[in-house]
Design a protein around this ligand. Structure first.
Ligand code: ATP
Ligand code: MG
Ligand code: MG
Ligand code: MG
Length: 476
């Protein structure tokens, strides 16, 4: 089943059951606490928080999501993309636990010729929060899932809150057993690659008070109106329904891998490292185009830096695979054509997206040409001196003079067996920022032209990858 059909069936199923179909919001979150949208519930947050009265009691969507914290997993696990689409159904004080569980089971197990996804019930494993007896009872007694395929998990995976006082509650996840090819048995509690998580049901049931961290806060009581928030990864379901081993081989991403193999001459399946690189290229090129499509432009801070980092990583992986010429144009073309079917604005906006992406590629290739020699020299010197750590000075020089983002230095150094003195690097960055600020203050008092400061700040400031710290809200 094609990705487009999965999406159609999802929306139709919930629309037929009284849900209002809400189009995907932009990846640029309309929310000061988030850089980018990491989950389908984000556009509905004001309703869940009770800040705005929802215009409907039930809604469904297929939301574009970006999760930068998952970047290191891409291509290595079978199931993590930096961009993916989250299919969701939401209830605002309407149906609750039993309703959400029944819908999920019905949609997943109804045969394909009757409008469902036709998954075999014996392959579905359920996790519930360890104290959620009610959810376990519904799965076992109402749905008929055998007790041995229901596992209890703790707060970490199976209790949801926004990290601040407000709604919270237990989750229940539906996982699909991909069989012994994917490792040992024992259910999702034991092996999360074999028993891949496809759907998370969040039961917003309680109100939490203030507290530290993810699992240390008081529960103040039951919410007057209980809500449902669910998220199913479209690419993960596509992976199962298309019978492929990982999400990068599903219809909308495989074409990008194929283009990359054509451009590099590296065959997919040739070796582990080249396969990972090809998957990274496919994932990252797509994420980059979706971000540019939603108006993000490459830069040194915030969203711009997320985009820059992801896109540069794609291009560098193409070079590791052996590409020498600019490669973005052809990869972009495949991504836009494929994704344009679901997101027509990518096609109407094609010219602008291409212009932004190609300029970034050109800038990066220039940086790489200049910086790679310097980095190689630094690595050789370090090794000759018997060291294993590239100094903070060297990393700073690469950044300051050659525009090498620190994570590029980290990655390239580690490929050559070295680590980097990151603390030293950050100290020098901070010193430089402080100097720039002091300069700016001095200039301000003398009515100086502040654009000079801005230039310095652009070059030197805010280059830390804020994506990790600021965008880690795995909201569903
Ligand atoms: P995992 O444990 O596999 O990392 P998760 O628990 O972080 O997944 P949720 O936050 O529950 O995921 O998101 C809801 C659904 O979105 C998941 O069940 C999964 O199908 C999908 N999903 C989450 N992260 C990704 C990703 N990086 N790439 C593709 N799909 C994802
Ligand atoms: Mg995750
Ligand atoms: Mg999980
Ligand atoms: Mg989950």
């Amino acid at each position: 089943m094609e990705s487009a059909e999965i999406r159609r069936r999802w929306l139709r199923f919930f629309e037929e059951r009284g849900h209002t179909v809400v189009p995907s919001a932009s990846l640029i979150a309309d929310d000061p606490t988030l850089l980018l949208v990491p989950a389908g519930m984000v556009p509905f947050k004001p309703y869940f928080l009770g800040e705005v009265k929802p215009p409907f009691k039930r809604a469904t969507s297929v939301q574009k999501c970006v999760r930068t914290p998952d970047i290191e997993e891409v291509g290595k696990t079978t199931r993590h993309g930096t961009f993916f689409q989250m299919c969701g159904n939401f209830s605002f004080g309407d149906y609750f636990k039993e309703g959400a569980i029944r819908y999920a089971w019905e949609l997943l197990t109804t045969p394909q010729d009757k409008g469902g996804f036709g998954l075999e019930p014996e392959k579905l494993w359920i996790t519930v929060y360890e104290q959620d007896d009610e959810a376990e009872r519904i799965w076992r007694d109402e749905i008929g899932v055998p007790a041995e395929r229901i596992q209890r998990l703790g707060m970490g995976p199976n209790f949801w809150s926004m990290g601040v006082p407000g709604p919270c509650g237990p989750c229940s996840e539906i996982n699909y057993d991909r069989g012994p090819d994917f490792g040992v048995e024992g259910g999702p509690a034991v092996n999360d690659e074999r028993y891949v998580e496809i759907w998370n049901l969040v039961f917003m049931q309680y109100e939490r008070g203030p507290g530290e961290g993810k699992d240390d806060f008081p529960i103040l009581g039951e919410l007057p109106a209980k809500n449902i928030d669910t998220g199913l990864g479209l690419e993960r379901l596509a992976m199962i329904l298309q019978g492929v081993r990982n999400m990068y081989e599903t219809d909308t991403l495989r074409v990008v891998i194929d283009k990359a193999t054509e451009l590099t001459g590296v065959r997919y399946g040739q070796g582990h490292d080249t396969d990972v690189a090809l998957r990274v290229v496919a994932d990252h090129m797509r994420t980059s185009m979706m971000l540019i499509g939603d108006g993000v432009t490459p830069g040194n801070e915030g969203r711009g830096y997320v985009l820059r980092r992801i896109m540069r990583r794609a291009i560098r992986n193409m070079r590791l695979l052996g590409a020498h010429d600019p490669v973005a144009a052809e990869l972009i073309d495949v991504v836009l054509t494929t994704m344009g079917e679901q997101y027509p604005e990518l096609l109407t906006d094609r010219k602008r997206i291409e212009t932004v992406a190609l300029a970034e590629e050109a800038a990066f290739l220039k940086t790489l040409r200049a910086g790679t020699n310097i980095l190689d020299t630094a690595v050789t010197e370090t090794k000759q001196a018997g060291g294993t750590v590239l100094s903070g000075d060297q990393a700073f020089l690469l950044h300051d003079t050659w525009g090498f983002p620190i994570d590029l230095t980290l990655e390239m150094a580690s490929e050559q067996g070295l680590s980097v003195d990151e603390d030293g690097f950050r100290r020098l960055m901070k010193e430089q920022r402080d100097r720039a600020k002091a300069d700016a203050r001095a200039k301000k008092t003398g009515h100086a032209d502040l654009s000079a400061y801005r230039e310095v700040a652009d070059r030197s400031g805010g280059t830390e990858f804020t994506g990790y710290t600021h965008d880690h809200s795995e909201a569903t």
